[in-house]
Design a protein around this ligand. Structure first.
Ligand code: ATP
Ligand code: MG
Length: 1026
């Protein structure tokens, strides 16, 4: 950091860097992330022992240290220069202290020696010009700042930070530290050096890896970090003191701009992005909904706001995204920002996430969550009175509010935040919103919209062999564009009556194309059909890379490749739907992004979230499964057309049969669908679950309070539309009564007015239900199942436990193959077979079913189906090979993997459920282990690698085999070496893996540090002390 009042010249810089490095390479009071804890220097015996060891250690240390201390003391006495050094030392990260086997510590600091030799010029040469400019600006500004009241506070911050042991980026943040007066005399510094505690060394060693940015940290890097800290401080001040953006980059350090350039290739903001960020309402921290067409660049605006919140306002941020895969993608994408800018990125998806999150003292956290986990996180923050720590909540794809149970959960989450935290800003974005007024009322938000699209989208429909342009200005909505130019043999006409081949060959292989198909099977058929009739020349295009892809898929499938893909990939074609495993999907997406594949036949799922644009998007039919396309779905799909920076225009072609002509005309000309509250439709996951948690979290405990709360929901806004037969208060009353009947709430509700004051309380079962995010439709059943388990849980294998962790809601979609059922049953041990009997599936039932006999006995089909799925999970956990299991059970690999993921998620919910009920204490340990087994259903040695967001099984295997066996190996890996050692790994992916690993390691290390601090904290109320 460059202090104000200091004329910045290259020579000074050089001098400073030399001094700073001398100070550092000799100084064992290396900075760390903890802050100093005087309380540790108390007088109990442990501390005395530690002091003894330290004393001895210090005596044994070589003379260099002494000499260094003298230099340090000398420097400390030299006024303003000293401050400069300290500022550098505060940002120094190169010293990695390691505890060796004997417990002694040594400073490892190769770079610093080299660093001091670095010529001053190179320091500046390495800085981006924006930062050089910034230096000059700072220099000019310095005298003005010196006299301002702010500068005093800032100098205190500088002083305090230099004496602290903490992260360089966060030193301005901590008000407590900032305000503490610091003794800057040389004596006090000496004392600090002497009593540098073993604890600190241990902590440092523990976090050495986490903090390591690269093995070689140059002076330039230290300097850049110093500049960054400075900029963050100024930016924060700017935001606090004024609504005008005076920071280098929207109130943020210019490093942020550099990162967007380096990591995302974004040179400048689109005009609308700039306008949106400068909105008066945002400066006033009002909530905001913004809506732009697909690919309009909405994410960037949200990300800049997130960074402002984390860095300038020093608050935590929650980002809610619709799917697990998208959460992981975001974690990968933002980890590098976190590492460079000094905040944590924490994953809340599937079975991952801690409730409540660890309270960090120094760094701020960006929680990236799915809708469900976001809700659980908010609940836990409300419960622990920490909801106001959340400065900002960002919701991507806000129209999800109108989509089933997930919409209901999103609405509940946002309503709770609005009600309990006045300071939390909410930002929602979407490409497909219609009734914005309702959403604005609900979120008390301003609205920004713009029609901007970086690449023009031309919309067409094809009827027979004619292509029409969609034109809302004409009477029937279409205008003639052209006749499709093709020559089909009669055989081809039969095979491809919709002329898909003619349409795709107009663009592939040089440009990319997506074909959205109504069903999964249809995707595979279209992919096969197209390549069957393509000329051989198509095989030549990027042949080697396509071979590599097939090889890669073979590795993923432990030797097997899907026969359809094996046939289509040589032509640059693949299908893409949920029947593929995540690993396979990811490989195919990457190959498509890099142009190795030029055509994907996919289902609508690809349109939601994944950023895979195409020159041409073809919609095979206006249907998703058997349902006619909705406008929202249509918009999402055609929105993939046109790749920014590559295509001049994108085009979409919807293939229409004569019979659907009129429906399609309505579709393309109709407005987007409205977004309605799902609280009533999704009763057990919506209204009832909300009422339960309102009481459980003590947000609202009387009828009146509950009514008040409900007025603030989207349902409250739309009550007249959605609840015609009953008033909202009647619906609430019914809901509460139902919860009392179910034994989840206690209290009385009656017609009488005075009783509306009666306080409701939650029962233990109620609490367990909302804490475990259990669907209220199953909570009583779950309780009974677990209770029955207590009477005779069979633990010979994990079969019985797996049965309990098999989600209830997937059973309806399963229809067992009875022969397979019987075969699997017969392979079980006698004790395991007993499990079937205990849960209510007698052997005779399975045998009879398999032999096609009639069954008189009444057996619960939900239980039978559930046990079948348990068999799938059981085989999977045992064999850890999705391919084998999907073959054994004749299910698609994607289905098996989804089942596994939902079971992992449900197991973690069960664990939270059991934690609330004392009688189920015994399950806790069992479920903790089971959740782990299900989350990482792979060979144990791969688990540490797969914890890194986006490292799936195949990649983990490659990494492990290449010698990257632990998280620390990955965190300290050199991306360039990784690329060389790991096949099919791009530079971008390698960097993302290393960044994510660093982030995870740092997050884990910090969590441990928090624990250490908590343990060592001296209570203020020790009897007999004052
Ligand atoms: N200012 C910019 N300059 C260049 N590229 C940009 C800019 N802003 C965003 N992009 C790029 O445009 C692409 C689309 O952006 P983004 O994913 O944010 O779109 P979106 O509005 O969220 O669309 P959707 O509704 O489909 O999710 C991304 O690859 C992003 O990196
Ligand atoms: Mg988006």
């Amino acid at each position: 950091m460059i202090p104000f009042g200091f004329t910045f010249k290259k020579a000074h810089l050089h001098q400073l860097s030399v001094q700073a490095s001398i100070l550092l390479c000799c100084n064992d009071s290396e900075e760390d992330m903890f802050g100093d804890y005087d309380s540790f220097c108390g007088n109990d015996s442990l501390l005395a022992q530690v002091d003894d060891i330290e004393h001895k250690y210090l005596q044994d240390k070589n003379m260099d240290v002494k000499a260094a201390r003298e230099i340090t003391v000398g420097n400390l006495q030299s006024g303003i220069h000293q401050k400069k050094q300290d500022n550098f030392s505060a940002s120094e990260k190169a010293s990695v202290l390691k505890a060796d086997k004997e417990g002694a510590c040594q400073v490892q600091d190769r770079d610093l020696v080299d660093g001091s030799r670095e010529p001053a010029e190179s320091l500046l040469d390495d800085l981006p010009s924006s930062q050089l400019l910034y230096f000059e600006k700072m220099d000019e500004l310095s005298s003005a700042f010196r006299t301002s009241p702010d500068s005093k506070e800032r100098r205190e911050c500088v002083n305090s930070s230099s004496n602290k042991i903490r992260s360089p980026l966060s030193y301005c943040a901590d008000a407590e530290h900032r305000n503490r007066p610091m003794d800057f005399s040389s004596d006090s510094k000496c004392v600090l050096l002497k009593t540098e505690s073993l604890k600190d060394h241990l902590k440092s060693a523990m976090t050495g890896n986490a903090k390591a940015q690269t093995l070689q940290v140059s002076k330039t890097k230290q300097l850049k970090e110093a500049v960054l800290s400075e900029e963050i401080f100024v930016a924060r001040k700017a935001i606090e003191s004024s609504s005008v953006d005076i920071g280098p980059f929207y109130g943020l350090p210019s490093k942020v701009k550099d990162l967007f350039r380096q990591l995302r290739g974004i040179e400048t903001l689109y005009e609308w992005q700039h306008d949106c960020l400068m909105l008066e309402s945002l400066q006033q921290r009002k909530n905001l909904i913004y809506s732009l067409p697909t690919s309009g660049g909405k994410t960037l605006v949200a990300e800049i706001m997130i960074l402002q919140e984390l860095l300038c306002r020093q608050k935590d941020v929650l980002m809610i995204l619709p799917y697990v895969a998208i959460v992981q993608e975001k974690i990968r994408g933002l980890s590098s920002f976190g590492i460079e800018l000094g905040f944590l990125v924490e994953e809340y998806a599937g079975s991952k996430g801690r409730f409540p999150p660890i309270k960090r003292r120094v760094k701020k956290s960006l929680y990236i969550a799915t809708i469900e986990k976001g809700h659980a996180l908010v609940n836990s923050l409300i419960e622990t009175d920490r909801i106001s720590d959340l400065g900002l909540v960002v919701v991507d794809e806000l129209h999800m509010l109108g989509e089933g149970s997930r919409g209901a959960i999103l609405e509940i989450t946002l309503a709770k935040i609005l009600y309990t935290s006045k300071n939390t800003q909410i930002i929602g974005m979407s490409a497909t919103l219609n009734n914005v007024g309702d959403l604005q009322k609900f979120l008390r938000a301003e609205y920004y919209t713009n029609n901007f699209r970086p690449v023009e989208l031309k919309e067409y429909v094809k009827i027979q062999d004619t292509i029409y342009a969609v034109d809302s200005k004409t009477e029937n909505g279409f205008t003639f564009s052209r006749l499709l130019n093709f020559k089909y043999s009669s055989c081809l006409e039969k095979a491809d009556p919709d002329h898909i081949i003619a349409l795709v060959t107009e663009v592939i292989p040089n440009y990319s194309c997506l074909i959205f198909c109504p069903t999964k099977k249809n995707c595979e058929n279209v992919a096969s059909m197209v390549c069957k009739y393509l000329k051989k020349e198509f095989r030549a295009h990027r042949e080697k890379e396509k071979q590599d892809l097939v090889e890669n898929l073979k590795n993923i499938g432990n030797g097997s490749v899907c026969p359809v893909l094996k046939q289509t990939i040589p032509f640059g074609i693949a299908y893409h739907h949920s029947g593929l495993t995540n690993d396979e999907r990811k490989s195919i997406e990457e190959a498509y992004s890099s142009g190795v594949l030029c055509l994907l036949a996919c289902t609508a799922t690809l349109a939601a979230g994944v950023n895979l644009p195409a020159r041409r998007v073809i919609l095979r039919a206006p249907y998703v499964a058997n349902d006619f396309l909705k406008k929202n779905q249509y918009k999402q799909m055609i929105g993939r057309a046109g790749r920014a920076g590559i295509d001049d225009a994108g085009e979409s072609i919807l293939i229409v049969q004569e019979k659907d002509k009129h429906l399609v005309r309505d579709l393309v000309n109709s407005p987007l669908e409205n977004c309605y509250s799902n609280l009533l439709l999704e009763l057990t996951k919506g209204m009832q679950s909300l009422l339960l948690s309102l009481v459980g979290l003590k947000i609202a405990v009387t009828c009146e309070e509950v009514n008040n709360f409900m007025c603030g929901t989207l349902l409250g806004v739309q009550q007249q539309l959605l609840s015609k037969e009953k008033s909202l208060s009647e619906v609430i009353k019914d809901g509460l009564e139902n919860l009392i009947e179910k034994g989840l709430l206690k209290g009385r509700i009656s017609e009488k007015d005075h009783n509306s004051e009666c306080t409701l309380t939650i029962t233990p079962l109620g609490k367990a239900t909302y804490k475990g995010s259990i669907d209220l439709a199953y909570c009583n059943l779950l309780y009974r199942d677990l209770k029955k388990g207590l009477e005779g849980l069979i633990l010979e294998s994990n079969l019985h436990l797996l049965y309990l962790a098999t989600p209830y809601d997937v059973t309806s979609s399963c229809s067992p193959d009875w022969m397979i059922y019987l075969r699997q049953f017969n392979q079980l041990s006698a004790a395991e077979q007993k499990v079937a009997d205990i849960v209510g599936v007698p052997e005779s039932f399975i045998t009879k079913k398999a032999s096609g006999q009639a069954i008189r006995k009444n057996v619960d089909s939900a239980v039978v189906n559930r046990l079948y799925l348990t068999f799938v999970l059981y085989t999977l956990v045992k064999e850890t090979n999705i391919w084998n299991v999907s073959e054994k059970f004749n299910m698609s690999r994607g289905y098996v993997q989804n089942l596994l993921n939902s079971a992992a998620s449900f197991a973690s919910c069960l664990l939270h459920f059991c934690e609330e009920l004392e009688e189920f204490w015994v399950y806790k340990a069992l479920l903790t282990e089971l959740t782990k087994q299900l989350t990482y259903c792979v060979k144990t040695e791969l688990i540490p690698l797969m914890e890194v967001a986006g490292v799936l099984e195949a990649r983990a295997k490659q990494l492990y085999n290449a010698g990257y066996k632990t998280l620390a190996h990955l965190a300290n890996a050199n991306p360039e070496t990784l690329i060389k050692m790991i096949e099919h790994l791009s530079r971008r992916q390698a960097k993302q893996i290393v960044s994510s690993a660093k982030m995870l390691l740092s997050e884990k290390a910090e969590a441990l540090q928090e624990e250490v601090e908590e343990l060592l904290k001296v209570p203020t109320d020790i009897p007999g002390t004052h």
